[in-house]
Design a protein around this ligand. Structure first.
Ligand SMILES: C[S@@+](CC[C@H](N)C(=O)[O-])C[C@H]1O[C@@H](n2cnc3c(N)ncnc32)[C@H](O)[C@@H]1O
Length: 241
């Protein structure tokens, strides 16, 4: 699927602005701190970021985690251009997760940071990420919770006074792709139930070695409270035997 069909190219300027230097709320206050704790115990030499966007996490892997060789791939040219501008010596290639342009067993860390819902052919992407991973290598996945993607985002039901009551979940077992729009961004996201992700990862022969639902640990209090009532992201580490 090209970027005209998924909205990423047109959304790139607004997306880049939304990420700033530290990423948006879920990255800065939820996922990055949890990944920092994991990386503090680990050492990796060759990392691949699948769907690297404007490259923030590639830069972070080098500067914060000391990973020597970091490669980012993404199909969206304007995002790659931003990545290269921020990091002229980094390696950023135009490619899709479903056809990774690397020999097998090239990386000891493969990262999918909030990209699985953007990738149309999940089965091919998981097979490819597994193929390029070395034995004992790690596939680190940050993903949106399917109970959130089922309704295309955190669908709060509010009372008459506008207070958040609970979140709506619907069409959970059905796979569907929906256009999402917020702050100048309009992209196509794919909902799949949790069992679809887990079955494909297990069938790829990977072993689940970590599963976390990290709470928000900072940020504006109202956003933190809403996030911790209904967290929308999780973190998984899969190991290739
Ligand atoms: C939500 S953004 C996440 C970007 C980055 N990982 C981050 O956390 O900031 C999703 C990314 O997936 C990319 N993408 C869309 N289709 C893809 C595909 N088939 N393979 C790999 N990446 C894809 C988009 O271009 C976009 O950069």
């Amino acid at each position: 699927m090209n970027e005209e069909e998924n909205g990423w190219s047109q959304s790139a300027p607004a997306w880049i602005e939304s990420q700033g230097d530290n990423g948006d709320f879920s990255r800065e206050f939820v996922l990055d701190p949890a990944i920092d704790r994991i990386m503090a115990e680990r050492r990796f030499d060759h990392a691949l970021d699948v769907g690297c966007g404007e490259g923030r996490f590639c830069r972070r892997m080098r500067t914060h985690y000391g990973i020597g060789t970091v490669t980012g791939i993404d199909p969206t040219e304007p995002l790659l251009a931003a990545a290269r501008k921020h990091d002229p010596h980094g390696t950023y290639l135009r490619a899709e997760a479903e056809a990774l342009p690397f020999p097998e067993e090239s990386f000891d860390l493969v990262v999918s940071y909030l990209t699985l819902i953007d990738i149309p052919d999940l089965a091919k992407a998981i097979a490819e990420m597994t193929r390029v991973l070395r034995p004992q290598g790690t596939l680190l996945i940050a993903n949106l919770n399917p109970f959130i993607t089922a309704c295309g985002g955190t669908a709060w039901v509010k009372d008459g006074a506008g207070r958040k009551q609970f979140v709506r979940v619907d069409r959970y077992l059905e796979e569907h792709a929906d256009w999402q729009a917020w702050r100048g961004i309009r992209i196509l996201n794919h909902h799949r139930p949790m069992s679809r992700y887990m079955t494909l990862l297990l069938e790829a022969g990977l072993r689940l070695t970590r599963f976390e639902e990290p709470p928000a640990i900072g940020g504006p209090p109202a956003a933190r409270e809403a996030y911790n009532r209904v967290p929308y992201a999780h973190l998984m580490e899969w190991t290739k035997p």
